[in-house]
Structure formats: structure tokens, C-alpha cells
Design a protein around this ligand. Structure first.
Ligand code: ATP
Length: 334
């Protein structure tokens, strides 16, 4: 086992603090030595410190290199920049990796889903360049650059290579967004030439959505600009049983922030109902990333056993267990 590590923990808001504390307890019970550098961010912090993402949070991640992040609410409308988006930009976490594979015990329409969504994380409509032209008109600028597009496509091919995957699909709407998605596609075609051992394919995002809900086993690695990646990864999460089990990671060349696909779920905040599995799977990945391999596998196996047994499940997975009962069952199975 590796030596003791300090890792930044952003407990987030909404269901974030509940699922963070469940995950920290499970990791502790697995015998992993982590000193959590707890950094709050979000709406309450904005009231207290004048910004939802204080510099101390960035500094902590820069120091520790790795963070586990629970969701932070992004209010719809004006006056609040998304903490998630800002963090990805500040730390140049250019790749958002969202694996979606069936988990035994979760009944879904398809049993052969094994897809990795590789989402570009720094530009596209997420650049947040919007302007109100007049009372009845607003515009948003979609930025796509060659540097960011080549970098993300290359990452997708590298991931395919390392994980013995066979196909990479570049996903765009290049028939309509001819210049922006056209550029992304041009980059994808260029990068694909470097990887003759991996099959390269292209698909339009609307067709992809239809194919995913009809025959998801056709797909392996998907690489997409930021907004399509956000939307499609919620769809693929749905294919394997929903947001409660959908993990994700934001990776850059220097830092990594592990965070689930789901948001802060304000509708179930404080009810002890949230499924901590997505954040736990992120933590498992994070433990592998920092070298705690044995503990990561132990936690992963305990989680999968609890889901397979099907006796103690949170309501999103069809059970009636609380967050604390579900995590206690995982600890029992470690
Ligand atoms: P964001 O835009 O921040 O991603 P969102 O609007 O997509 O957020 P979520 O917060 O992800 O919304 O929630 C979508 C639905 O999924 C809600 O009904 C929520 O209760 C449910 N949900 C999300 N995460 C979980 C979880 N961990 N456990 C149980 N239900 C969840």
C-alpha cells in the first residue's frame, strides 16, 4: 500500500455533504490513510467570502494535485458563474471522462453497455460568452479551437489504446455548425491517422442519441465537444441505471478532480435518500490514481456486492434504504 496522502475534498452543496461523509466513512473503514483537506465552495461560500470559488480551493488542489469533488449547485440564470466550469478552466482539466458500464444487479433495458464518454471540458458554449442584444434577443458564442480539439481527441485515442478498446466515434453536429463542429471533426480526422490500430468513426449527435437508446452496444469510446458531452453522458448514465451510479473524472496534465456526473439534487437534499455510489466510484478511481489499488478494488467489490445482493439499495435503484444504511452495508461487506 502507498504512504499517507493529503487530498482535497470539496463536499459541495445539496446532497454533496451527505454523500461526501458517507464516502469518507467507507474509505476510512477500508483502512486507507487519507488526510482530507476540506474546502467548501458554492452558494453559501459566495455569501460569506464574496465568491463561490475562493482562491484557497484552487491553491489546495494545486498543492495536493488531486481532489474528490461532490456536486456544487449552479443556479439557473444570472449572477453566479458555475464553480464546476470555473474549476475545470482554472486547473486546465481538459478531459472529462465518464465511463458507463452495466452493473450486475441493476435491471436496465440493455445488458451490454460499456461506453466511455470523453468530453472536452474547457470551451464550446461553456466558455460562457453570452450577451443580451436587446430585450428579446440574446446570443451565446460557441468557441472551438484546434488546440483543445486535437488534445481531447488524442486523449480519447490514448484511452482507447490503454484500455484495449476498439472504436472511437467523433460526435458532432458538423452538418449545421459547419465551422465550429467542422473544425472539431477536422482535428478528429487528423488525430485518428496516428492511431491506425483503433477504428475511427463519425456520427451526428442527434443520430447518436437515437442509436444509443436502440442499440448502445454499437458504441465504445465517444469523443465530443463540451455541451454534447454533457448531454450524452446523462443519457448514457440512464442506460446503466441512472445518475446515482454514474462516475466521472476531470483530468488535466497536472491535476485531477474526480466528480460524479450528477448535480446537487436539491429535491432530495437533507433527506438521507441520496445514492453515494457515484461519488464512491469516483473515489475508487481516485484511489487507483494515487496508488491505493488494493483498497480501491476492495471498496469497488463491496459496492458491487451490495448492489448485486439487492437487499439494501437506495430508492433510485429501486430500494428503500437510506444513504447511511446503504453505506453501512458497503462497510459491512468490505
Ligand atoms: P446539474 O445541471 O448540476 O448536473 P441536474 O439539473 O442535471 O444538475 P441533478 O442534480 O443531477 O440535476 O438531479 C437530477 C435528478 O436525479 C434529480 O431528480 C435528483 O434527485 C436525481 N439524482 C441526482 N443524483 C442523485 C443521487 N446521487 N442519488 C439519487 N438521486 C439522484
Amino acid at each position: 500500500m502507498s504512504e499517507r496522502k493529503t487530498i482535497t475534498l470539496i463536499p459541495g452543496d445539496g446532497i454533496g455533504p451527505e454523500i461526501s461523509s458517507a464516502v469518507c466513512e467507507i474509505i476510512k473503514a477500508a483502512g486507507v490513510d487519507i488526510d482530507w483537506d476540506i474546502q467548501t465552495a458554492g452558494a453559501d461560500v459566495a455569501v460569506a467570502e464574496g465568491t463561490p470559488l475562493p482562491q484557497r480551493v484552487i491553491d489546495s488542489i494545486k498543492k495536493n494535485k488531486v481532489a474528490l469533488k461532490a456536486p456544487v449547485t449552479t443556479p439557473i440564470g444570472k449572477g453566479f458563474r458555475s464553480v464546476n466550469v470555473a474549476l475545470r478552466k482554472e486547473l486546465d482539466l481538459f478531459a472529462n471522462i465518464r465511463p458507463c458500464k452495466n452493473i450486475e444487479g441493476i435491471n436496465t433495458p440493455f445488458s451490454d453497455v460499456d461506453i466511455v464518454v470523453v468530453r472536452e471540458n474547457t470551451e464550446d458554449l461553456y466558455a460562457g460568452i453570452e450577451r443580451q442584444i436587446d430585450e428579446n434577443t440574446a446570443e451565446s458564442i460557441k468557441i472551438i479551437t484546434r488546440a483543445a480539439s486535437e488534445r481531447i481527441v488524442d486523449y480519447a485515442f490514448q484511452l482507447a489504446l490503454k484500455n484495449s478498446r476498439k472504436t472511437v466515434h467523433a460526435v458532432t453536429k458538423a452538418n449545421i455548425c459547419k465551422l465550429t463542429d467542422g473544425l472539431f471533426l477536422d482535428c478528429a480526422r487528423n488525430v485518428a491517422k496516428k492511431y491506425p490500430q483503433i477504428e475511427y468513426k463519425e456520427i451526428l449527435v442527434d443520430n447518436l442519441c437515437m442509436q444509443l437508446v436502440q442499440n448502445p452496444s454499437r458504441f465504445d469510446v465517444l469523443v465530443l465537444p463540451n455541451l454534447y458531452g454533457d448531454i450524452v453522458s446523462d443519457l448514457t448514465a440512464g442506460l446503466i441505471g441512472g445518475l446515482g451510479i454514474a462516475q466521472g473524472a476531470n483530468i488535466g496534465s497536472e491535476y485531477a478532480v474526480f466528480e460524479p456526473v450528477h448535480g446537487s439534487a436539491p429535491d432530495i437534499k437533507g433527506l438521507n435518500k441520496a445514492n453515494p455510489a457515484a461519488l464512491l466510484l469516483c473515489a475508487v478511481n481516485m484511489l487507483k490514481h494515487v496508488g491505493f489499488l488494493d483498497a480501491a478494488v476492495k471498496i469497488e467489490n463491496a459496492l458491487y456486492k451490495v448492489i448485486k445482493d439487492g437487499k439494501v439499495l437506495t430508492s433510485d435503484l429501486g430500494g428503500d434504504a437510506s444513504t447511511t444504511e446503504f453505506s453501512a452495508e458497503i462497510i459491512f461487506n468490505l
